[in-house]
Unconditional design. Sequence first.
Length: 314
Amino acid sequence: MAVGRRKVTVIGAGNVGATTAQRIVESNLADVVLIDVVEGLPQGKALDLAEAAPLHYHDHTVVGTNDYSDTAGSDVIVVTAGLARQPGMTRDDLLIKNMGIVRAVVGQAAGQSPDAFIIVVTNPLDAMVHVALETTGFPRERVIGMAGVLDSARFRVFIARELGVSVVDVSAFVLGGHGDTMVPLPRLSTVAGIPLPELLSAERIDALADRTRNGGAEIVGLLKSGSAFYAPASSAVSMVDSILNDRKRVLPCAVLLQGEYKIDGLVVGVPVVLGASGVERIIEVKLTDAEQTALRTSSESVRSLVETMRNAQA
Ligand code: A3D
């Protein structure tokens, strides 16, 4: 990684992208380049963020641009560019549109920063990690999807509220795809080391896991237009932090499996050690039959998205 000032490019200056940029500079992590296809949008948000620097006691630069040459030499690229689902648009329509966007933006950004780590946020998440891997040809250690960090943060909040305890003491273990196909593992989720099933009934755990699975939809329902962005941005930033500061945090991330968890060639959310080399290790835990089946179902839904994308290109 480059010595001296660290540089993170955030592609997409919308809700998630701008909030990610804000959190990166205000937590003193790195300089940020914010890039978007819309002219003026990244420049305006970057200037606004830069003008807050004296109030947050940081000296990081925030550059807004539409030109990929400004992103050259980035240590990390966070990909949030994409469309949200519009009325009348199917999931597959969105898949194909965002495939085109992610391919275009990641190709240009990777060309400028061939050694960067890529953190993908654009949905459908697991499929977009496939697109980023194929477009860049980067090794799987450097192309990582953000989903599990958010899902487990949501689960932690719901568990903490239910038990009236600090979120800090709750640790939630999730596997699998983002959203509907997330696989929570209550037996490996703990409150200050105490396994969750000792503290909550199976029924309550199921209810909290369901709420977590639908966590994105719950917020869309409240906001009416747009989707969650504060917690998604925080989740991406915790991954950036673990890489840039070589923290070696154990975080659930969407990575390409090559035989781990008996899955080969598909991007699935699993616990990994995230450090200065990106995904430094995939942690394999022994699953029960039911958990393995749920994980397989989750990975099959990723396979079907990958096939839809292949057919669209054929
Ligand atoms: P939004 O506020 O609409 O921002 C998207 C931005 O992407 C807009 O500013 C667009 O102009 C920009 N954009 C579109 N096409 C291009 C392009 N070709 N080049 C550069 N920029 C472009 O959306 P958002 O910030 O709320 O969400 C961004 C993405 O993240 C969406 O796909 C969401 O579904 C996804 N998301 C994922 C999670 C996960 O947990 C995986 C959570 C929240 C959001």
